[in-house]
Write a protein that binds this ligand. Structure first.
Ligand code: ATP
Ligand code: MG
Length: 248
């Protein structure tokens, strides 16, 4: 990572790419994760590699949902673990959320490695290894969750989630927050709160909002949740891709 000069105009993008490559090298990110990263980079480039105002509003609504939740869970896959392990731990601490490892291509070895990686970054408890719960409507391998984790969560943050799983979790009645740079993705469309932003920026931003709202009354948090319009946020991201710049 050290050889990229910080003055490089696409420094953050190159750093992100190196983190994913490293994730593959140490066995926490799958090879498919490289392809997902490439897709994300393309959208980030089109969005101007910045956080749109509409994405910031989504991050604030996500924080309000987390603070109102009885049992919030942050789901972590191989890309998330490679890109923002410490930031996920900080978000969980700021909101009292559980952390659960959840893989599209699940292997016990990769599950263990990601859990260990998160513990190295300060996580005290990492769920996902028990796999005694199921998401209805998905085939066996894709359906596995912890009964006392995602299985019993009321609010779930699923960054970079596969479309089928995102739809199945929403169908279970969970309030789903998705981080996905593609506003057309089924995952983003299934979410109560789609955060169309790079995970590198989105997770710390949700944490910042959660800290700012830590002492807010539940009524204020509910107002933030109610004022958020998912359709409008997705439309604004599409508009930014087509036209560039912020909305008038
Ligand atoms: P589906 O329509 O089923 O959701 P998909 O094309 O989204 O299909 P995935 O492989 O799940 O299939 O795609 C990964 C998603 O993650 C892409 O939409 C991509 O834009 C997004 N993504 C990849 N890297 C990042 C990142 N660093 N931050 C935010 N989103 C990302
Ligand atoms: Mg998707």
């Amino acid at each position: 990572e050290a050889e990229i000069p910080e003055s490089h105009p696409r420094y953050e993008s190159l750093l992100t790419r190196h983190r994913i490559e490293h994730g593959v090298d140490i066995g926490i990110t799958s090879r498919q994760g490289l392809i997902a990263q490439g897709r994300g980079e393309a959208y980030d480039y089109l969005l101007g590699e910045r956080t749109l105002d509409s994405a910031d509003a989504a991050a604030r609504a996500a924080a309000a949902h987390f603070l109102l939740a009885d049992h919030p869970v942050v789901s972590v896959n191989g890309n998330v673990a490679a890109l923002v392990p410490g930031e996920v731990v900080e978000l969980a601490e700021a909101t009292g959320a559980d952390i659960e490892v959840n893989l599209f291509n699940r292997t016990d070895e990769r599950m263990e490695r990601i859990a260990a990686h998160l513990r190295e970054h300060g996580a005290t408890e990492v769920k996902g290894l028990t796999a005694d719960g199921r998401i209805p409507g998905l085939d066996h391998a894709r359906a596995k969750v912890d009964a006392d984790g995602i299985g019993s969560a009321d609010v779930v943050l699923v960054p970079l989630e596969d479309g089928d799983r995102a739809e199945a979790l929403a169908a279970m009645g969970k309030t789903e927050i998705v981080v996905d740079l593609n506003p057309l993705s089924r995952s983003a469309r299934a979410a109560a709160v789609p955060v169309v932003d790079n995970i590198i920026r989105a997770v710390p931003n949700i944490t910042r909002h959660a800290r700012e709202l830590a002492d807010a009354a539940p009524a204020e948090l509910r107002d933030i949740v109610d004022a958020f319009d998912a359709e409008a946020a997705l439309a604004d991201a599409e508009r930014a891709i087509r036209e560039g710049g912020e909305a008038e």
